[in-house]
Design a protein around this ligand. Sequence first.
Ligand code: CA
Length: 646
Amino acid sequence: MKNRLIMIGLFGLSALTIAAQSVDVTGPDGKLKVSVSCESGKASYTITYEGKQMLETSPLGMNTNIGDFSKDLKLVKHATEKLDRVYTQTRIKTSTVHYQANELVCHFTNADEKPMQVTFRVSNNDVAFRYTLPKSGETGSARVLSEMTGFRFPDVTTTFLCPQSDAMIGWKRTKPSYEEEYKADAPMSDRSQYGHGYTFPCLFKVGEEGWVLVSETGVDSRYCASHLSDSDNRLYTIAFPMPEENNGNGTVEPAFALPGSTPWRTITVGNTLKPIVETTVPWDVVEPRYQTEHHYRMGRGTWSWILWQDNSINFADQVKYVDLAAAMGYEYVLVDNFWDKNIGRERMEELVAYARQKGVGFILWYSSSGYWNDIIQSPLNHMDNSIIRKQEMRWLQKIGVKGIKVDFFGGDKQETMRLYEEILSDADDHGLMVIFHGCTLPRGWERMYPNYVGSEAVLASENLIFQQHFCDNEAFNACLHPFIRNTVGCMEFGGTFLNKRLNRGNDGGTIRRTTDVFQLATSVLFQNPIQNFALAPNNLTDAPEVCIDFMKQVPTTWDETRFIDGYPGKYVVLARRHNDIWYVVAVNAQKETLEVEVDLPMLAGETVSFYYDGKNREPLRKKLPIKADGKLKLTVQPQGGAVLMK
Ligand code: CA
């Protein structure tokens, strides 16, 4: 992008003498407007949509060890440029994106005449902005001490937020790992559960005016991952990781070489939830970090650990899950922790060879650790050190393993971002795909890293096994993710259970409250380019045939995603297209039966396969003609689901 700036609006010297300076930029359709101001030496911005205030005056700036860019600023010039580009992606909600935006670069200087730029990219419903420090003089690097960057909401706003946890707490001291519980429709005056603010993405409802989603993207080895502080007079600010993360090792303050930039902070704005659910801003403003020479195949997998747990990590049980994958026509089997001890490397080679002749590939689990937790699950200490990691990856490539799942990272510090990037980069050298668990939110990584295929960063399916509370709240959480966590990045949830009881025998453990059709719906509702479903070998004989048939053909990659209707935490109706097949799915978290008229232009006049809950909540399927106007009255039982497919 640099060197292509066209300077069109130089402020003259006389303009610098006035106290307030401001410049506006709108999206291509003119509805979304960002106004950047510099008043009494302080930089700020506001956002309106169709003239409605969505963000009030919110601060910009940062303090660094090469200069303070939080005060005594002057807006010395600005430049605008039109951006228009098309890119393709196989691992996000849509396969082809046409990104059109207006870019505004604001050039500030501080009291010492040192430069800082703020770049805004404004599309019809998204704002992305970042800071750039040019190289000036001999100084070649900068450390960012703090950011002033904030988001101030009108007082009618309510929030849908997930708290940042304390560091070094929870299972084997592995937190934070983005596995906390959301509060829906909470007032801004609520304090976060741990007092550390909230993890991205953060959803806000601006009264009856519309919706705003705040997140960040483009975080790699050159910055930390950030989160939002608790609000102070309706202002949420960018917060850096906590000193205690990574067992206290590693700096809180990010640093980069000059010229260098911060990650993009993104603000998605709409009158309705449609732009929130359909946004592609996490990928629009980032670039691939490297090209790959490998062809990575997306698909479905089975994994024994979710229902059969640690005791299933043995040769005989893994053969059963390879056979299940083959019977379902799935591409992968994921073998979870302790395979090195309980199966051993030689027999793993045998297992991989057995799976290969059945057309099934392997994904193997690793702990990231490391010195940042107390994990005993092995293999340990293979992924945190480049010498050992590359040796291991050579072996994985040699025996034909297709991917790795690396678990239990240490937090959001820059050194952990560097570890994620190094694992991805080394894995690509060896033709391996990478799934992260016990981890941070992905921030544009599908586009940045060609072998990145998923992150947990959510209270995932394992919690349904661990505690009845999460089964009781399964529908509520499922109705949040399409609007929040899963809209900004792929989510390796590991769901779709057809067991009624969540244990090995389907006869004990926690009780699933949601219907079978609800489970089918989440296989489409939750987006991750490789989905490891929670099916078990017994489901081939004890689950309704209609469900198994559906799960055999459900895809995991999408050409298009459309929001149909819904409200976070209550219900959602979503449509996704794979090639020319549309899947429309609905789930209902409310106590009452959902009756909603939906508009399905993509199915107008078609006869679809309709999966629905029967009187006894059993899964049924029938042919359903959709009227020529595409309108349909949809009924969904409490904790139930519906799927239309054509
Ligand atoms: Ca986890």
